[in-house]
Design a protein around this ligand. Structure first.
Ligand SMILES: [Zn+2]
Ligand SMILES: [Zn+2]
Length: 284
């Protein structure tokens, strides 16, 4: 009959547990098991308070240890009995607790996931061709974080106020952008712009920017693409003139340059790939 005993515990989880969909995972797992309590990001990781039948609390812990969100890396789980007042009914995500002890590990930036790629390439989708599309499973993390706990207000996305549609996704537990801190769309997020080599603004139209960039690369020109970590200088790698000009301007005459390929099949037309290399190239 132990399953009918009620149990109340506090769980402290350490590791890469912020910005990887951890709180939404905890939230839906607790709700599914009918447990009451709360979850919050802290300076040390994620803190969970759980209350419910012992058997379900144990199920929760088992699931947390054996099947956490795919991008999470748990380095420690500390469980202790909680003797405070019982939490109210239901389970909630609390505002982050900034308790000063910043020891949490931060996820690296993660390449765009398949679901987001589908959004970007589906005509009619509100993020069609929007280059800053992301969700709980992908997008920038390490590069945009100013301080922890990992919340939008502590990232370089803080200046972009979410539009009602993005806010709706952000607050919907059933949405894959639930609590996705860099959530953005063409209405409310960062946008692209195209400038000439004197810094003059030529266009801010999304489609025109990409068309102009592609045309410049095809023309053998050097394009500076502003990314998350700085400027990326790009030329058409198949144009010897363009590569030589870039090397001369950079005074980088012999050091190898990175060649970008859209997929392993394209890469294999110019080099041989071993299995381990293919795996690294395809990792997110
Ligand atoms: Zn995604
Ligand atoms: Zn938006």
């Amino acid at each position: 009959m132990t399953g009918l005993c009620r149990k109340q515990i506090a769980v402290q989880v350490c590791g890469i547990v912020q910005g990887v969909g951890f709180r939404p995972f905890v939230y839906s797992l607790a709700r599914r098991l009918g447990l009451a309590g709360q979850v919050a990001n802290t300076g040390r990781g994620v803190e969970i308070l759980l209350s419910g039948p012992e058997i379900d609390v144990d199920r929760f812990l088992h699931r947390l240890k054996t099947a956490p969100p795919p991008l999470a890396r748990i380095t420690g789980i500390a469980v202790s009995a909680h003797h405070g007042p019982e939490p109210g009914p239901g389970f909630s995500i609390l505002a982050s607790k900034d308790n000063g002890n910043a020891e949490v590990l931060i996820s690296p930036d993660i390449a765009t996931c398949d679901d987001c790629l589908r959004d970007i390439f589906s005509p009619g989708n509100r993020r069609f061709h929007y280059p800053f599309t992301n969700c709980t499973n992908c997008g920038p993390r390490m590069t945009i974080i100013r301080k922890i706990p990992y919340d939008r207000a502590h990232t370089s996305m803080a200046v972009f106020q979410m539009c009602p549609a993005c806010e709706g996704e952000y607050t919907d537990p059933g949405d894959r952008r639930f609590h996705a801190q860099p959530n953005a769309c063409p209405e409310c997020g960062p946008t692209v712009s195209w400038h000439d080599n004197r810094g003059r603004l030529l266009t801010t139209d999304n489609e025109n920017c990409f068309a102009a960039c592609a045309a410049a690369l095809r023309d053998g020109r050097i394009v500076a693409i502003k990314g998350l970590g700085g400027f990326h200088l790009a030329v058409d790698a198949a144009s010897e003139d363009a590569v030589v000009r870039l090397r001369r301007k950079k005074q980088r005459y012999a050091k190898p340059l990175a060649v970008m390929a859209r997929d392993p099949a394209t890469a294999e037309t110019i080099c041989r790939l071993k299995e381990a290399e293919r795996k690294i190239l395809c990792s997110r």
